[in-house]
Write a protein that binds this ligand. Structure first.
Ligand SMILES: N[C@@H](CCC(=O)N[C@@H](CS)C(=O)NCC(=O)O)C(=O)O
Length: 198
């Protein structure tokens, strides 16, 4: 397996983290986003969307971090990471969508602004971040894991990175005690690996 990767990308990290949790390894191929390599001809042949991460496995390419988690879980992971039971599977899908939308529009954008200088509407992104964190904290007050079962799923892995990194976007995480307890549960999983900032 080869992962087209960038060390400081939370979307790439969620794939590296999940590989660690399921005991799989990928060769990491670093793509220089800041230098524009992801918009070059060679990388666009891998991912025409021009985004990281992308995963190559057995001659096939999977793009988008949520899609890659889905692929890895189904192909290499225990069934509990992506349950087959219809309602559980739908709950996981719903949180994957939450990672790509609410978490992206909130904590991820706040971090992109603070750490990489991306222009954003600070008031809008801050409000979106606080709403996202409050929703998660309330959910985690009632549930150990996001998809509501008694085991972690790829939903937790998709949502964790940019929420845990929210401080790098100047979003204060201290009021959210249930989030901190969930961070600790994620970090205690066998095979957990971190990234700079986590
Ligand atoms: N929904 C995509 C988002 C991917 C994404 O935004 N990747 C960032 C790195 S974290 C990227 O490639 N940015 C380059 C750009 O926007 O030009 C996923 O989850 O993989």
């Amino acid at each position: 397996m080869r992962l087209y990767d960038m060390e400081l990308s939370g979307n790439c990290y969620k794939v590296r983290l999940f590989l660690g949790l399921i005991g799989q390894r990928a060769q990491l191929q670093s793509v220089n986003i800041l230098g524009g390599e992801h918009r070059g001809e060679a990388y666009l042949r891998i991912n025409p969307r021009g985004l990281l991460p992308a995963l190559e496995d057995d001659g096939a390419i999977v793009v988008d971090s949520q899609a890659i988690l889905t692929y890895l879980a189904r192909r290499y992971g225990a069934e509990s990471w992506l349950p087959l039971e219809p309602l559980s599977q739908a709950r996981v899908a719903s949180w994957l969508s939450f990672a790509a939308h609410e978490v992206h529009q909130g904590p991820n954008m706040a971090r992109l602004h603070k750490k990489f200088g991306m222009p954003i509407d600070v008031a809008k992104v801050t409000a979106a971040s606080l709403a996202t964190l409050a929703l998660l904290d309330a959910h985690l007050a009632q549930h150990h894991w996001l998809a509501e079962g008694d085991a972690p799923t790829i939903a937790d892995i998709a949502v964790y990175p940019y929420v845990a990194l929210a401080g790098e976007g100047a979003i204060d995480l201290s009021p959210y005690k249930h989030l901190h307890a969930w961070f600790a549960r994620v970090r205690a999983l066998p095979g957990y690996i971190g990234m700079p900032g986590l």
